[in-house]
Design a protein around this ligand. Structure first.
Ligand code: GCU
Length: 336
């Protein structure tokens, strides 16, 4: 039986189990099991950050909570996992804001191409209390809220054919996350967009269903996309964080002291993940080069000119975005 079939059986089995358990607190030897799902491997910075979260919670509340982490889309790809966290079948998910966008379009703020002028602006914005207040609890009526963010680097295009300018993207079919804004962005660049889950990308490139995708460099190594797509360009179109979201009923069930510990654990998760990110992203560039991936710099302004109208249109079309967008522009001016 192939790994894919085994994974599908596991997902079906677990989904059925979750449906039957949803609404109930699952308990193991008197402890409440806290389930966290994500789509990355066990060596990815997200997972390493989550291990720190697990340890922090269990060191302090281990008699009451048993934190269990499910990597590799084991509980389903991001969209499915978010649905499970919405209903309370699981408690937390780490996923990209691209995937959260269809649950609440406030998250499309991060899909706006060339939103941040620099990584410093991006980091400052993610830690800004005005922006956090606007975003983190905005989704409570959808059943979840954000507890922290994780760095997911800068997103760039990588393809099976060389690309030097936006004109070279014309006619290519590129994978995007299941996010309407990302579909619009890729179309504005002149390519065709193929929305699909992260776990499907490798095979889709390998089989020629798509000509490439867009992501940070870890996708080339951790997810092995560099084996099948050899051209990575630094067009730097987005900095899209991963968010850790939690089920509202679960978070509200915690008493004040417990909630404080879970929040501290979430902050530690971010700290550990970000430190690990810096180490792993350099290593990913080295390993991907060894795999034969060709990294090249391109004229970023040329790429930006293709999507600058879309940037304005996205802000005008969604009234939730304007105050956050304005604050990010202030930070762009202050931090540069
Ligand atoms: C990044 C991100 C993931 C996301 C993936 C994607 O790897 O960290 O959370 O799922 O991109 O493009 O789907």
């Amino acid at each position: 039986m192939s790994k894919y079939v085994i994974k599908c059986i596991f997902i079906c089995f677990f989904s059925l189990l979750c449906i039957s358990l949803s609404g109930c607190n699952t308990v193991n030897e008197g402890k409440r099991i806290v389930r966290i799902a994500h789509s990355q491997s066990e060596t990815h910075p997200d997972h390493i950050g989550l291990l720190a979260f697990e340890k922090y919670v269990e060191d302090r509340l281990g008699d009451k909570y048993d934190v269990q982490i499910f990597p590799n889309e084991l509980l389903g790809a991001s969209v499915k996992a978010i649905e499970l966290a919405q209903t309370g079948a699981i408690d937390f998910v780490v996923c990209s804001t691209g995937n959260l966008e269809t649950f609440d379009d406030i998250y499309s703020i991060f899909s706006i191409p060339y939103l941040f002028d620099s990584t410093d602006t991006y980091y400052a914005s993610m830690e800004d209390s005005f922006i956090r207040d606007k975003i983190y609890t905005a989704t409570r009526s959808s059943g979840f809220e954000a507890v922290t963010w994780l760095d997911a680097g800068t997103r760039n295009f990588y393809t099976t054919k060389p690309v030097k300018s936006p004109d070279d993207l014309k006619g290519l079919k590129l994978r995007v996350q299941q996010s309407p804004s990302n579909v619009s962005m890729v179309k504005a660049f002149g390519a065709a967009a193929a929305p699909m889950s992260f776990g499907e990308v490798y095979t889709a490139i390998q089989q020629g269903v798509i000509d490439g995708a867009e992501n940070n460099e870890l996708a080339l190594t951790n997810n092995k996309h560099g084996e099948v797509a050899k051209y990575y360009i630094y067009d730097r179109h987005q900095m899209v964080p991963d968010m850790m979201i939690g089920n509202v009923k679960f978070l509200d069930s915690l008493d004040e002291e417990e909630r404080k510990i879970f929040d501290e654990a979430a902050a530690l998760c971010t700290k550990v993940e970000r430190e690990e990110w810096i180490v792993q992203i350099d290593e990913a560039k080295r390993l991907a080069s060894e795999m034969g991936v060709n990294f090249s710099d391109v004229d970023v302004e040329q790429f930006k000119s293709k999507v600058i109208d879309l940037q304005k249109q996205m802000v005008n079309d969604n009234e939730k975005l304007a105050p956050i967008y304005e604050r990010i522009q202030e930070i762009n001016r202050e931090v540069g």
